[in-house]
Design a protein around this ligand. Structure first.
Ligand SMILES: [Fe+2]
Ligand SMILES: [Fe+2]
Length: 201
């Protein structure tokens, strides 16, 4: 999105105008990550329109998806403990936490309680066996936004524009392959997502 291009929120899904929400996200992120969030917002609108989903809700979830990305490990661990979230989460790190736990920061600091939006944030990193259309839109918008440049991104874009669900499987498969090849730990949720989305192969 061009910086001067504005979206008017009309559905009262959250207690902010678009400009206000943009400012709140910008405040918590460095410029590189903030620009990524603006591109995910725009990409989410496009995917929503392609899939007959509400573009306003997709825009909000896309803009917010990495809201907590730059919090310290200490901050995440405190939330996991204070809110008695699954202690297995402590075995992972920012890559998992900023989605699954990040939604808590959105509730507590921004007072946004729309569970569909929060779930899309929670599920954007590892997906889930069951994903709503909004979850799928944010998961894929994050992966294929125009700033992404990795081997296979063009294929990912092609697949996703043809079928959002096939895109979800493709991304999950690519992520798992990458983690295995690089001997990185795998969050069990990622495997659950992969198995559940097999039928979209
Ligand atoms: Fe993220
Ligand atoms: Fe992201």
């Amino acid at each position: 999105m061009e910086k001067n291009e504005t979206i008017d929120y009309q559905e009262n899904l959250i207690p902010y105008t678009h400009d206000q929400l943009v400012a709140k996200v910008q405040e918590k992120l460095d410029d590189k990550r903030f620009q990524h969030c603006l591109r995910v917002e725009k990409q989410a609108i496009e995917l929503a329109n392609e899939n007959q989903y509400d573009p306003e809700k997709a825009a909000i979830a896309g803009l917010l998806h990495d809201y907590a990305k730059q919090r310290s490990d200490h901050d995440f661990i405190k939330v996991i403990n204070d809110k008695q979230m699954n202690p297995d989460l402590l075995d992972y790190g920012n890559a998992i936490w900023h989605g699954v736990v990040g939604a808590e920061f959105i509730k507590d600091e921004l007072h946004i309680f729309d569970e569909e939006i929060l779930n899309a944030v929670r599920r954007h990193t590892v997906g889930a066996p069951y994903m709503t259309q909004l979850d799928q839109i944010v998961y894929m918008a994050d992966y294929i936004e125009p700033g992404r440049d990795f081997p296979g991104v063009e294929k990912a874009r092609e697949i996703t524009h043809a079928s959002l669900k096939k895109g979800v499987f493709f991304q999950t498969q690519q992520t798992l392959s990458y983690l295995v090849e690089n001997a990185r730990p795998i969050y069990p949720g990622t495997i659950a997502t992969y198995n559940a989305w097999q039928s979209e192969n």
